[in-house]
Design a protein around this ligand. Structure first.
Ligand code: NAD
Length: 256
């Protein structure tokens, strides 16, 4: 499949899953707009090797005005966004009665409200062009809960609800909107949780094994390239009737 001539915006693509998805899309020929914190020089070079046009916009997606600025940049420099991957996300773990209010607010802003803002701002351009793909990186935590993750689970359930509504509102067009629900993927976001567990008895390998054994029967992490391949399928003609879905890719987590 070739995505030549299409432009993809992947939020939170300076690291982890977002970077993996950006690389898959670039390999398939798409132009890429990267977003996320940190020095983007290395990731820009990595994505540029596939020959398409590549840019980076540093929007903090907790701020609707910065999202609007990023979409305006996409329109100005790339002619708009054909493929929107809402991926930026953060985690914080604490029991609900101890959950810091400011952490709740920032998780809802970054993991949920940003998906609403980028979607509402990209949809008019997709409707004008008559084609579009929106893929929201939710989580198994959009479908089931886990202790300590009140804000994350609430935000990801919200993303799946929003995905269904946008899937319906675009159903009679060539625009689709779907969510992907990964299980554990070994990225900095999960490494922090492994480090926190490993700090108890100093055994990081055991912490990694125990984390998987609790939830993910395959005992293997999902990888960013596997998620990239699923995104490519959703962008293909074969994926055009997948609408409003919450597609788990989770080593068996949700089969239990
Ligand atoms: P990560 O920490 O490796 O990467 C997060 C990315 O988001 C980084 O590029 C970071 O700079 C960016 N980011 C964070 N806050 C931002 C903000 N306010 N504005 C713009 N960019 C911001 O995390 P990851 O594991 O790759 O997670 C990516 C997505 O996948 C998240 O939505 C996460 O909830 C979801 N997810 C992860 C896992 C997992 O096991 N790692 C599982 C299911 C779902």
């Amino acid at each position: 499949m070739s995505l030549q001539g299409k432009t993809a915006l992947v939020t939170g693509s300076t690291s982890g899953i977002g970077l993996g998805i950006a690389l898959s899309l670039a390999k398939a020929g798409a132009n890429l707009i990267l977003n996320g914190f940190g020095d983007a020089t290395t990731v820009l070079a990595e994505v540029r090797q596939f020959g398409g046009k590549v840019g980076h916009h540093p929007a903090d997606v907790s701020d609707p005005a910065q999202i609007a600025d990023m979409i305006a940049y996409a329109e100005r420099e790339f002619g708009g966004v054909d493929i929107l991957i809402n991926n930026a996300g953060i985690q914080y773990v604490a029991p609900v009665e101890e959950f810091p209010v400011e952490r709740w607010d920032s998780i809802i802003a970054i993991n949920l409200s940003s998906v609403f803002h980028s979607t509402r701002l990209c949809l008019p351009g997709m409707r004008t062009k008559g084609w579009g793909r929106i893929v929201n990186i939710a989580s198994v935590h959009g479908l089931v809960g886990s202790t300590g993750k009140a804000a994350y689970v609430a935000a990801k359930h919200g993303v799946i609800g929003l995905t269904k509504v946008v899937g319906l509102e675009t159903a009679a067009s060539h625009i689709t909107c779907n969510a992907i629900c990964p299980g554990w993927v070994l990225t900095p976001l999960v490494q922090q949780q492994i480090d926190a567990r490993g700090a108890v008895d100093g055994d990081l390998e055991k912490a990694k094994h125990d984390l998987l054994a609790e939830k993910q029967p395959s005992l293997e992490f999902v990888t960013p390239p596997q998620l990239g391949e699923l995104v490519l399928f959703l962008c293909s003609a074969a994926g055009s009737q997948v609408r409003g879905a919450a597609w788990n890719i989770d080593g068996g987590w949700l089969a239990q």
